[in-house]
Design a protein around this ligand. Structure first.
Ligand code: FAD
Length: 312
């Protein structure tokens, strides 16, 4: 059995694994896809001390760094359930894989990340990273001086519009409903900015491009059913970040109504010996540098737990 089993191999999981292995304890990482969301990222410019890198390059460095240590990496394995140590006969937490295997560990760090909810319209996949973006903190500066749209009028959409308006030429917010769900203070701020337009009752129908880059967006005016078109260079999709916690629904790990794992100051969950880190948790602001810090924190939290808890 492991002392620490990390579930998820993104920035949070890689960091947690390295911090655990450096304590000389038996460490494993099980991940569906090593690298996580970083593998879907083209250019990364806000990973401090690295001026510019690409997702695949950073993911390769993460894996290389983990492999410097004695860590058992189990890639391309999906976890489907976890049973806490107090509910098993042998006193270890049991981690069930889709493959049928069961892993046992004294402590577990969950770092299964999250995924952006997509619009599911033609052109979205084709122009992903070619004008279609999901993270204004990451990709906003790429659209300096250009026209953009934000899809979604909730808090994240209106925050993104305010953020982008300081960088880009113009932002159009497209909201499906007839009202914005964002906090009034954010709506007031957005409405006061001269380069933000907000269109409600707008259903995005297509991302339009020239084969290499986005050139516009089409939407249906839900009041009139008329299809309208806006010429622009960038589209920020802000219709929700979904935590990868479906597999925890049957477990004892407490989730918020949005499905995020609730964590305490040491990365601890409500279950003794189970910790969590990164985008899958309630941590505010989902970023690589934050996920790595959270992974380190959860790992140190797990180590503190292990030295205070007798082995089964
Ligand atoms: P993730 O990276 O999501 O990793 C989750 C891991 O868990 C993966 O290994 C996955 O395969 C695994 N997993 C999930 N479910 C299971 C399961 N059931 N069983 C086993 N394994 C499982 N952030 C920045 O700081 N700068 C940027 O420029 C930037 N650009 C981005 C661009 C895009 C297109 C996207 C999508 C995100 C971007 N982000 C950026 C955000 C950043 O990628 C995330 O904040 C970060 O990757 C979160 O790390 P994580 O380890 O918590 O989760």
């Amino acid at each position: 059995p492991f002392d620490v089993l990390v579930v998820g191999g993104g920035p949070a999981g890689a960091s947690a694994a390295i911090y655990s292995a450096r304590k000389g304890i038996r460490t494993g990482v099980v991940a569906e896809r090593f690298g996580g969301q970083v593998m879907d990222t083209m250019s990364i410019e806000n990973f401090i001390s690295v001026q510019e890198t690409t997702g695949p390059r950073l993911a390769a460095s993460l894996e290389e760094h983990v492999k410097q240590y004695n860590v058992d990496i189990m890639s391309e394995q999906r976890v489907k359930n976890i049973v806490e140590a107090t509910d098993t006969e042998d006193g270890y937490a049991h981690i069930y894989l889709e493959s049928g295997a069961i892993l046992k560990s004294r402590s577990v760090i969950i770092s299964t990340g999250a995924r952006w909810r997509e619009m599911n319209v033609p052109g979205e996949q084709e122009y992903r990273n070619k004008g279609v973006a999901y993270c204004p903190h990451c990709d906003g500066p790429l659209f300096k001086g250009k026209r953009t749209a934000v899809i979604g009028g909730g808090n994240s959409g209106i925050e993104a519009a305010i953020d982008l308006a300081g960088i880009v030429e113009h932002v159009t917010v497209l909201e499906f409903a007839d009202t914005l769900r964002a906090d009034q203070v954010l709506i007031n701020k957005a409405e006061s900015m001269p380069n933000i337009d907000i269109i409600k009752m707008a259903q995005t129908t297509e991302v339009v491009g020239d084969g290499t880059r986005v050139t516009g967006i089409s939407y249906k005016d839900r009041n009139t059913d008329e299809i309208k078109h806006i010429e622009l260079a960038g589209i920020f999709v802000q219709i929700g970040l979904v935590p990868n916690t479906e597999w925890l629904k049957e477990s004892a790990v407490a989730l918020t109504s949005r499905g995020e794992i609730e964590i305490g100051a040491h990365g601890n969950t409500n279950v003794n010996g189970i910790f969590a880190a990164g985008d899958v948790t309630t941590v505010p602001y989902k970023q690589i540098i934050i996920a790595m810090g959270e992974g380190a924190k959860a790992s140190l939290g797990a180590f503190d737990y292990l030295i205070r808890t007798p082995a089964p």
